[in-house]
Ligand binder design. Sequence first.
Ligand SMILES: [Zn+2]
Length: 258
Amino acid sequence: MDQQQEQKKSGSSILNDIQAAQSGLKIGRFLISQGAKLLSGIGGPVLLTIGLIFLGVFVVGFAGIPGGSGGTTPQPSQPPISITPPPGGLRQSIMDRFGIIMNGFDNQQLQWAWEKFLSVSGTRFNGLVKGVTIIADNDSRQVDNNTIYLKKLTQQDLFNVVLTHELGHIIRWRTDSYIAELRQAISQEGYVTSYSANAPSCTGSDKFNEDYAEMIAYYLNPASPSQTASRCSSGSNPYINNGFRLHYNIARQILGTF
Ligand SMILES: [Zn+2]
């Protein structure tokens, strides 16, 4: 119906325009307007069809994206990780993929380590600790640039924190970088956890070096409460609610975005 009305109007318009064209004044406008009408008459339905097809593809595609920006599901702080044990055994797979040797651990701790190394593989962490030997023991400590002892902890969250803490010591001594920046951060924000603030009385360790390791550990375990030396102190993760931004930014510069 609208199309017929448009055609009538078009015919009337043609006559008017022809008369105007005879005066030699409106010939240009006549050609342009008729050209536009011709294009719209031919192209209109075609463009409408193409438009509907694109709209359909967009709607289906948008609805089909899991966790797309239109969804309301909150994003997890860490991406889900495949926990399927790799063929050949976990210990061998950790060695093959990450260059880390783990001696004396049960399958459970190897599984947690495998998952943790995978979860941080988008950062520089694995490259910075490559070649380290981790030895199961009754306590956790860093020995040298290539060796740490790690307690066979039975709680995954604590295991992950202590694993990355001890390897954080390795990064500090291997890279020997961001030392001045961290001292400045401590002077402005204080020590990043209660443990690093009380390291001498807690474990006989050095405040600054423990602060470095704690800075790394809680950056890579953002959902974990502060618990490294759980017999001494515990608390919330120092980085929640935008806490300890100077420490956080140093960790991000060392490791990259996590
Ligand atoms: Zn430590």
